[in-house]
Design a protein around this ligand. Structure first.
Ligand SMILES: [Zn+2]
Length: 418
């Protein structure tokens, strides 16, 4: 089980390079599978010009992605191999603070650097790429306010959780991993509960859906499938972007369905019913609950493995740090864990795509309006300039939803049955 520092270094180096290469190859294949001819099926929502723009958009975002990941990888390798973690650890130890204070400082500095490195790319993505393709509505003022608010939320949530984890790892002996697992689980459930009412309103305005045909349709439908629908909210997504979406958030009494204002504007009540029926399908088919339980179990395994590695001198030697500590161990372990993370993410995406088909099927069968859902999905993809012909390898690595053409095909088959 216990690995030498050379083995750890090799595992991490190989993972970083394999991961980078795989993503690069997937990107190339994805660009390579763009077709000059607009797929027949989509001629009702795309014209030649829009189709071409969707391809330009894919090229622009892919290019930015490649640059970002190359720079990220380069910085991590240089920092690591030149002994940056050791220097940072000495700096943190020299403060003479308690272990909790030192841990927060260590992780805070790393997170701060990561944030500063990613900032120019995020500015470029919003104000150059999204702007060029006509999506951006974010003003510099909203952008800065968003950054400040996210910073405050991450500090308010992250500091207590990390402080608790360091304290328990430090002082509760062999059961620390179980206690940390329990504490983190309660924390995550608590955050999920307050997200719709406390956190999301910091960023957007949520107004209850106004009375009328749409609301009546949605509530009447919810009744037929026995869905405990109490509130539907409209979110001012148009404040930041012309892209549209709908989602499901919170749980227990705090459960709510949210529609972007941009979505309502562009769709008929029947199409919106299709979209919401899909979201309710995720709930009725227990996808959301299953994902949460899997996430909690996975966290248990991670904390257990962490407890095995965190006392291993070799883990610290591999990162050029001479004295073991829980905080540095946490960071190093999360890097060492990345090959397993990669596999888990691919498996999760696979199941997520299956869930999407199931929710589509649920929506099509229970509303008896498969055509409206098909139109809604097509319009959504045209509005968001989605890639209509992604390469299967790219889908395998990155897609949490099946490619649109396949979703439409699956629903057309259902329509034949229904
Ligand atoms: Zn879905």
């Amino acid at each position: 089980m216990f690995l030498s520092d050379q083995t750890i270094t090799a595992i991490i180096l190989i993972t970083l390079i394999v991961d980078f290469t795989m993503n690069y190859v997937a990107d190339r294949l994805n660009i390579g599978s763009l077709t000059t001819h607009l797929p027949e099926k989509f001629s009702d929502v795309y014209d030649k010009d829009r189709y071409e723009r969707s391809q330009q958009y894919l090229k622009a975002t892919t290019r930015l992605g490649t640059i970002t990941s190359t720079i990220d990888l380069g910085i991590l390798l240089v920092f690591w191999l030149l002994g940056g973690f050791g220097v940072l650890d000495h700096f943190v130890r020299d403060t003479g603070w308690s272990i909790v204070g030192r841990g927060l400082l260590f992780i805070g500095i790393l997170a701060g650097c990561k944030f500063i490195i990613s900032l120019p790319f995020s500015i470029y993505s919003t104000f150059v790429i999204e702007e060029k393709f006509g999506f951006n509505k974010t003003t510099p003022k909203i952008f800065v306010l968003d950054l400040l608010k996210s910073l405050i939320v991450s500090l308010a949530l992250g500091i207590p959780l990390l402080a608790a984890i360091f304290w328990f790892l430090e002082s509760t002996g062999p059961w620390a991993w179980m206690i940390c697992w329990g504490v983190t689980t309660v924390f995550i459930l608590g955050v999920q509960y307050i997200v719709p009412t406390w956190i999301m309103p910091l960023f957007n305005k949520f107004t209850p859906l106004e009375d009328g045909e749409l609301k009546e349709k949605l509530f009447a439908y919810a009744k037929t499938i026995d869905f405990p629908l109490t509130q539907i909210f409209v979110m001012d997504g148009s404040k930041r972007s012309t892209k549209s979406n709908a989602f499901f958030t919170g749980f227990g009494k705090n459960k709510r369905i949210v529609l972007f204002d941009t979505l309502i504007k562009a769709h008929t009540p029947d199409e919106l019913l299709g979209v919401l029926a899909h979201e309710m399908g995720h709930f009725k088919k227990k996808h959301i609950q299953r994902r949460l339980i899997f996430g909690i179990l996975q966290m248990g395994v991670v904390f257990y493995l962490l407890s095995l590695f965190i006392t291993q001198q070799s883990l610290f030697t591999a990162f050029h740090v001479d004295t073991p500590s829980t905080y540095a161990g946490l960071v190093f372990f999360s890097i060492l864990f990345s090959p397993i993370d990669l596999v888990i993410s691919i498996v999760m995406q696979f199941f997520s795509r299956k869930d999407e088909y199931e929710a589509d099927r649920f929506a099509a069968l229970t509303t008896q309006k498969a055509t409206a859902l098909i139109t809604a999905l097509k319009k959504l993809s045209a509005n968001n300039l989605s890639n209509l012909t992604p390469h299967p390898f790219y889908v395998f690595l990155h897609y949490s939803h099946p490619p649109l053409a396949q979703r439409v095909e699956a629903m057309e088959r259902i329509k034949g049955l229904a």
